[in-house]
Write a protein that binds this ligand. Structure first.
Ligand code: HEM
Length: 362
């Protein structure tokens, strides 16, 4: 064979990949546990897909790190396309849990002690995905469980890499900045727009109208939502809310960014908003799929080890449940549905704005 010809197994480095499954229970002195092979392969398959997810997220972050983001360039469309690939991979990762379900708790017990203190908890790539998406240390469930280098924790080197990524700009911060720079509400576009609504904390003629229409559509039980609206979009803290309640309403995005995001969602039928809308929608979907995975993993863990502590030395399912409830990054975006109004009631956009919608951000 011509030595320059590529050969399937060498191109894919299969010798390395397929020589990386060594069940500990198969080592001399141990009782071979059949299902340990599945356990190793499934984790390795997850890690390979995590690698691809990180690769796609890196691309998205590179695009959003640019000083000028042109909404009409191919960049944003590629981000949209690659985030939808991340979604497909995550759907697969959710399905993969069912393969593990073919291992019974008794099968697992045959080799579980041999793993200690290693755990999926120490997956560096999973932590990098969380950190790049924008999960901040101070918003984690039980930070002390997470950031540690003692038994069951990370190696010093992994700890440092994860910390560096956490301290870098995350995708959520870049998306926030991108949204904040959307030029929709520049005064020059709204000179011809006449508002029928009384003035309000919203200030801007569009938002005065929108706020009024939104408030008129609230039922008696929902009428306090107008205070949430004023906080989420106009930083007016409602009286009597605790910091936790405020955090539930808005945590990772600024009011200006959320005004732009809501506007994009409302007017998504204009072709020029489509890509931006689909990017926001993909981020919401990624958050949901991460949460679905956390839930499926938790249910699988409960079945597998009941209420025993994890090999990674956490309380086990108690810890995982806390993480499931808390580790959302894009909840501010999915929460925008609270503030939608019916399509037929949408204020008509001024011609000046429509004609300038082929904008590029400066
Ligand atoms: C028999 C199967 C499994 C069991 C019993 C199990 C159990 C656990 C437990 C108890 C934890 C909490 C940390 C600890 O104390 O160890 C954990 C965390 C974790 N496991 Fe698994 N796991 C299993 C399979 C998997 C698989 C296949 C993956 C795929 C990579 C995985 C990824 C993770 C991750 C990423 C965490 C950290 C979750 C977080 O902090 O939110 N686990 N696992």
């Amino acid at each position: 064979m011509n030595p320059t010809n590529r050969y399937y197994s060498s191109y894919l480095q299969l010798e390395k990949v397929l020589d990386a499954q060594h069940p500990v229970s198969f080592e001399p002195g141990n009782e071979p546990a059949h299902d340990e092979m599945l356990f190793i392969i499934i984790h390795q398959a997850y890690e390979l897909w995590f690698r691809q997810i990180l690769f796609e997220l890196d691309y998205a972050m590179k695009v959003f790190s640019q000083e000028h983001i042109n909404d009409n360039s191919e960049d944003l469309n590629l981000v949209r396309h690659r985030l939808s690939r991340v979604i497909q991979i995550m759907q697969l990762l959710n399905q993969q849990v069912h393969i593990l379900d073919t291992m019974t708790p008794l099968d697992f017990l045959e080799f579980r002690n041999l793993l200690t203190p290693s755990s999926g908890f120490q997956s560096k790539q999973f932590r990098l995905i969380e950190a790049r998406l924008g999960l901040q240390l101070d918003k984690r469930h039980q930070q002390d469980y997470y950031k540690r280098t003692n038994e069951g924790g990370f190696t010093k080197q992994d700890y440092e890499t994860i910390s560096e990524t956490e301290n870098d700009q995350s995708l959520v911060q870049l998306i926030n900045r991108w949204l904040e720079r959307m030029p929709f509400f520049k005064e020059e576009y709204w000179r011809q727009y006449t508002t029928g609504a009384p003035s309000s904390p919203a200030g801007h003629p569009f938002w005065n109208d929108y706020r009024h229409i939104y408030q008129s559509g609230l039922t008696e039980r929902e009428k306090n939502k107008i205070h949430d609206f004023d906080y989420v979009f106009f930083e007016q803290p409602p009286a009597g809310y605790t910091p936790e309640q405020l955090e539930q309403l808005r945590s990772n995005f600024s009011p200006a960014a959320l005004r732009a995001a809501l506007f994009i969602m409302l007017y998504r039928d204009f072709p020029v908003f489509q890509t931006s809308y689909q990017i926001l929608d993909a981020l919401i979907e990624i958050d949901h799929l991460m949460s679905n995975w956390r839930h499926k993993h938790l249910v699988m863990v409960r079945r597998m080890i009941g209420m025993r502590v994890g090999t990674g030395n956490t309380s086990g399912s108690g810890y995982l449940e806390g993480a499931l409830n808390k580790h959302y990054v894009y909840r501010d975006l999915s929460g925008l549905s609270t503030y939608l109004i019916e399509r037929k009631k949408l204020p008509k956009l001024p011609a000046e704005l429509i004609s300038s919608l082929g904008f590029s951000l400066r």
